[in-house]
Design a protein around this ligand. Sequence first.
Ligand SMILES: NC(=O)c1ccc[n+]([C@@H]2O[C@H](COP(=O)([O-])OP(=O)(O)OC[C@H]3O[C@@H](n4cnc5c(N)ncnc54)[C@H](OP(=O)(O)O)[C@@H]3O)[C@@H](O)[C@H]2O)c1
Length: 281
Amino acid sequence: MKAELPAVTFPGGRQVPALGLGTWHMGEGDASMAEEANSLRTGIDLGMTLIDTAEMYADGGAETVVGEAIRGQRDAVYLVSKVLPYNASRSGTIAACEASLKRLGTDHIDLYLLHWRGSHPLAETVDAFETLKAQGKIGAWGVSNFDQDDMVELLDVAEPARPLANQVLYNLARRGIEYDLLRWSQVQGVPIMAYSPLDEGRLVGHPVLNEIGRIHKASSAQIALAFLLTRPGVIAIPKSGSPDRVRENVRAAEIRLTSEDLRLLDEAFPPPTRKRPLEMI
Ligand SMILES: NC(=O)c1ccc[n+]([C@@H]2O[C@H](COP(=O)([O-])OP(=O)(O)OC[C@H]3O[C@@H](n4cnc5c(N)ncnc54)[C@H](OP(=O)(O)O)[C@@H]3O)[C@@H](O)[C@H]2O)c1
């Protein structure tokens, strides 16, 4: 049965689930590729229909796994991929997108992100994104690892076009964006995609998360994800290559954290009290 997942609405009205599927480290070894595709299909069946990938992951291998997972059900999925900064020139962005489309086995990517800021001028990358959009090869574009000052600069450069989302590191152990970028993004209507929502697995087994989990009959991973789901305009994209853990992760949406739970989380993982540069993995 499909879980009732909370949704986030992108500018323009498209709704996506607030819990999606990450793919970093997928496609790195032949043996696990079938299991990885199986995990993604499990997530899609359970309503985690947003999949995040990138040309960088396993040098295209993760996109190949995603292509396998979505074969025959492309329209059920909201597909996000990313161009590497080194490729993000006017012509390089278009070539990178076309290569990603081939690996993904589709004719369009729903949301195409600049993976992080590099040396190519933003205006060139935006120009290429707009060309890809006009050609129907992408539905929308956005960025990743952009701090608030980068976003302000981007909005200025891109106008009247706008980024659809900003994907950044955000989890209980990395709450820096709560000082400024999160609120700014909510006011601007630019959803945040929270990457490494389990801090690459490091939050799993944390004693405070275990303790709160005991009250909710939930795992530490589920509590870490439930925390992100309390934030409006935030989409968390946990990665798991195991269908069982994907089933576990989706059930985070059933947890209602209380104000006492949130107080305990603030105590164990204090929110920022001053500006810190955006962290990246
Ligand atoms: N834009 C960027 O620069 C950027 C950077 C990093 C990540 N990302 C995106 O964000 C996605 C998620 O981040 P991430 O992969 O770095 O880290 P993550 O989702 O925070 O953690 C993934 C790790 O946690 C494990 N895990 C998942 N669910 C679990 C559960 N229920 N119990 C125990 N362990 C669990 C996974 O192992 P198993 O697979 O063995 O289950 C994996 O080792 C990436 O896959 C990628 O799509 C983007």
